[in-house]
Design a protein around this ligand. Sequence first.
Ligand code: ADP
Length: 513
Amino acid sequence: MPSHSSFKKVIIANRGEIALRIVRACRELGLRSVAVYSDADATSPHVREADEAVRIGPPPSSHSYLLGDAIIAAAKATGAEAVHPGYGFLSEREWFARAVRDAGLVWVGPPAEAIAAMGSKTSARQLAIAHDVPVVPGTTEALTDAAEAAEVAARFGYPVLLKAAAGGGGKGMRVVRSAAEIAGALDAAKREAKNAFGDDAVYVEKYIEGPRHIEIQVLADQHGTVLSLGERECSVQRRHQKMIEEAPSVAVSPELRRRMGEAAVRAARAAGYVNAGTCEFLLDASGAFYFLEMNTRIQVEHPVTELVTGLDLVQWQLRIAAGERLPALGPIEPNGWAIECRITSEDPANGFLPSTGHITHLQVPGGPGVRWDGGVEVGSEVGLFYDPMLAKLIVWAPTRGEAVARMRRALRELTIEGIETSREFHLRVMDDDEFQRGAIEIQWLERRLPSLLAATPSAADREAVAIAAALIAEHDRGARVKASGGAGDAAAGTAPSESAWARLARAEGLRGA
Ligand code: ADP
């Protein structure tokens, strides 16, 4: 941190793993941190690790983490001079960025005007088009009625996608495959948008079949430097929610990376962007890419970019907010490969139903190239008030193949007891031959999920069973040798002397798996 830094103490308007991530960045920069918490989080790691902590309110986020005024009051009370919003909650609320600034505090994020410019999908599309950033073919104005929707859809050709201008989290989106469906779909999309965002504006985009989700990380300082840090591939999605992310992408050549990076930088400049942000694109099978939207905050999946660029994005958010200049880096080429798995309290065997309870045992993976960004520990209560993401498991290795092998090894080391988690799901994806080949696109997981879940236990778990079986067989043989007082039983491992474990392993065809 430069000695002229405009702030020494940062309040963190968030919880869980990202709050802890920000505490760590502050500590490394010599800044003091202030956590805020709801009653559900009073004993959470992010609260304990921060230098100070302020209770905001009861568990529901509308009574705690979304109370911008209470958070600003907590900043004033503790003498914090800057506010880091993390992701989710208040991070992309223009009014909050403004309120922080009006209170004389430093906002660790983009200017409120940039949040506003990118806040609506239609205004972001207009901005992109005006600055030569390719967008998905479609309209840039809200539809007035079903007749107009039918006319526009016919012009672009079915299938089309109806999207809420104020959308987020996949809400207010409807795929429409024929003229017969459009009136009903428009009604449904408007209703959903009205409920979720209080705004029923809906527009039309061409529906792109089987694209990849590729996003570009940018960093912009207050002095006019805007850098592209390359891409992340986030195609492994379920219900438009990202599950696994990686950097770089098998589908992006250095030349495509340069072109997408330039488009992202143009979009950021057009919005007057400062701080860390992400431009999301769809990349189709022909190599054409289309701007979707800009996320005006740090993202969940930022660590994969950190691991292949060597840049600490959260530190840079704070340094940029303090007025520091970005270094004049040339084109950034990724070094090695990074993969992130979102470890959630969801039960893959039960339709990803949220699982609640206390964490009774937690063994976190370690060893070479493994990073754990978590927000829970033994004793943590996992409830339904907040997002089900408990932690992110991230690995780095020189090549993609080695990164997959390392992720599988790390997932095997991970033990979480007391609640169901997505661990086994991730193991099965790591074992999947299509995933291993990088043959993924945004519909891949939905299509593959039934066979992934129906599959025999993951190779890793089968291996564990096989090892246990071998040890038991070894033990049985030893016992028999002792009993017979002679040489090993030539029939060891066969009935009737084999153990239940060995039989189980054999039944599943696991010997030597
Ligand atoms: P939200 O802001 O609600 O998340 P996005 O515009 O980011 O909405 O879209 C969410 C996801 O929906 C994308 O990651 C992609 O999987 C899919 N999607 C969005 N637009 C299109 C499109 N035009 N064609 C095909 N899929 C799309």
